[in-house]
Write a protein of this length. Structure first.
Length: 216
């Protein structure tokens, strides 16, 4: 950080120490989502069941209950209803998600009339103005996930409050990236509604589990 650029002192990145359990945080992981606290990501049955999927595909697996690699709008609707969301909220979420994410993942240049999402190509939906914790191939980047909390968890409470999330959204916005701004806002609103933390703080470990889908 330098004093002549105050933003660099306000938003300090994650700097690994020699004692950190997380090794090589700058190296993207194909099928695990590690952090300092969980350097091997989610283990046990979850890892065994999903070790042949990228972390982004793992995130999507919950919405593909028959595991056929295709997520229908009805799949997303039923999945969010299972969280306790209302009929209206689940319908709105499914509509927005599939309207925005179907075509980039479509293996054909012809738009899909059913607005399905193909998990084999879900990495095509990568966008800017977010934490960039997923790379363009669907891998997980520990450094950038850690950066999100290092920069925006200003009180060191181990998570992000609504105020922190608003600062995160503002701080990560790229110029004229209206799609990225909107997608990030909707994604983190959905995360907050899913977790609905009693103290108002989205814990780092819960956010990590959202990234690899194990929390679903």
């Amino acid at each position: 950080a330098i004093k002549s650029a105050p933003i660099t002192t306000e938003r300090l990145p994650y700097v690994p120490s020699s004692n950190d359990r997380l090794l090589d945080p700058g190296v993207a992981r194909a099928n695990s989502a590690p952090t300092q606290e969980h350097p091997h990501g989610t283990q046990g049955t979850w890892h065994e069941q999903h070790k042949n999927q990228t972390v982004l595909q793992q995130h999507c697996a919950y919405f593909d209950p028959d595991n056929d690699g295709i997520i229908w709008p009805l799949d997303t609707y039923r999945s969010t209803r299972a969280w306790g969301w209302s009929i209206l909220l689940a319908a709105i979420a499914a509509s927005i998600i599939h309207f925005g994410l179907s075509y980039p993942s479509n293996p054909s240049w012809i738009p899909d009339p059913f607005f399905r999402i193909w998990t084999s190509r879900v990495h095509k939906n990568a966008h800017g103005s977010d934490s960039l914790s997923y790379d363009n191939e669907g891998r997980f980047r520990p450094q950038l996930f850690e950066d999100m909390f290092s920069k925006y968890d200003v009180e060191g409470k181990g998570g992000l409050s609504i105020g922190d999330l608003l600062r995160f959204h503002k701080g990560q916005r790229n110029a004229f990236d209206f799609w990225g701004w909107s997608a990030t806002a909707l994604e983190w609103t959905a995360v907050y509604l899913l977790l609905w933390p009693e103290d108002g703080i989205v814990r780092k470990e819960d956010a990590r589990k959202v990234m690899d889908g194990s929390i679903f």
